[in-house]
Design a protein around this ligand. Sequence first.
Ligand SMILES: Nc1ncnc2c1ncn2[C@@H]1O[C@H](COP(=O)(O)OP(=O)(O)OP(=O)(O)O)[C@@H](O)[C@H]1O
Ligand SMILES: [Mg+2]
Length: 291
Amino acid sequence: MRIIILSVSDQIYSTNRLLVEAENRGHNVRVVNHTQCSILIGRGKRQIIYQGKNIINDADAIIPRIGSSVFKHGAAIVKEFEMNGVFSIASSLGIARAQNKVRTLQIMNRKNIPIPKTIFSICAETVEEQIEALGGAPVIIKLQEGTQGLGVILADSKKSAKSIMDTFYNMNASILMQEFVKESNGEDLRIIVAGNKIISAMKRIGIEGDFRSNIHRGGTAEIVTLTNKEKKIAVKAAKYLSLGLCGIDLIRSKRGALLIEANSTPGIQGIEAYTKVNVALEIIKYIESNV
Ligand SMILES: Nc1ncnc2c1ncn2[C@@H]1O[C@H](COP(=O)(O)OP(=O)(O)OP(=O)(O)O)[C@@H](O)[C@H]1O
Ligand SMILES: [Mg+2]
């Protein structure tokens, strides 16, 4: 198979792992920097131009590894490949949906996937009634677009929630507010889904005293055994978002697992290290069974 990995560099751990495993399986693999690709449309043949050549017919499958800062252009490149009949492990639609937490949670809620109680608004004047609608403080305030734990704040009181919200509104930042699920205890589950299968799962554990479990914030992780319900939630969520391959994040609450976000470009380094599963190889096998 001819596989193109859309990534800014082959030196990135996850990109490199995918490259190595795909080559080991005998595939013809190339890393293409999507930020240096141009799309040419209108009058004549569509083209994806990279390093002076049209690469639109050069792949049987693509692996998008698109960072959130360039996701719009990245999703457009993926879309162009898709329309040319190329298999992508993440659809352009799925990439756009997962990029935004509100959009993800709206779809999940519509499909009866359990989520934390969430409210979003752009109105600074109604902050108090928003907090009340959520059930009062403490509340979690999040930026709508991903931040590796940096855009997530716990507000203990209505007063502090209000001042934080005022600040964000003032900065024109898109935010959402959520019930604080205290019993999740600074832990979450990262589940890697491929099609209707779960490749690997870990429990991420935040540093002492932090409600956030992000490894980027100093947390650790361990292998976890998922309940059947959790497995079902993860596989269904991936399907509803139109993501073949993705990372689904759940927190465990008194009323069962709740989905907090989905990632269309899940990191491979942490999960391979903590679970000893060859996630990169499983991704390549998933492509093989679909092309
Ligand atoms: N409603 C909540 N109640 C309790 N803890 C939460 C809640 N939402 C998030 N957390 C904790 O905070 C962490 C970070 O939140 P979240 O995953 O939503 O944002 P993020 O990691 O910054 O986003 P991204 O992964 O897109 O960069 C979660 O992993 C979880 O441990
Ligand atoms: Mg997260």
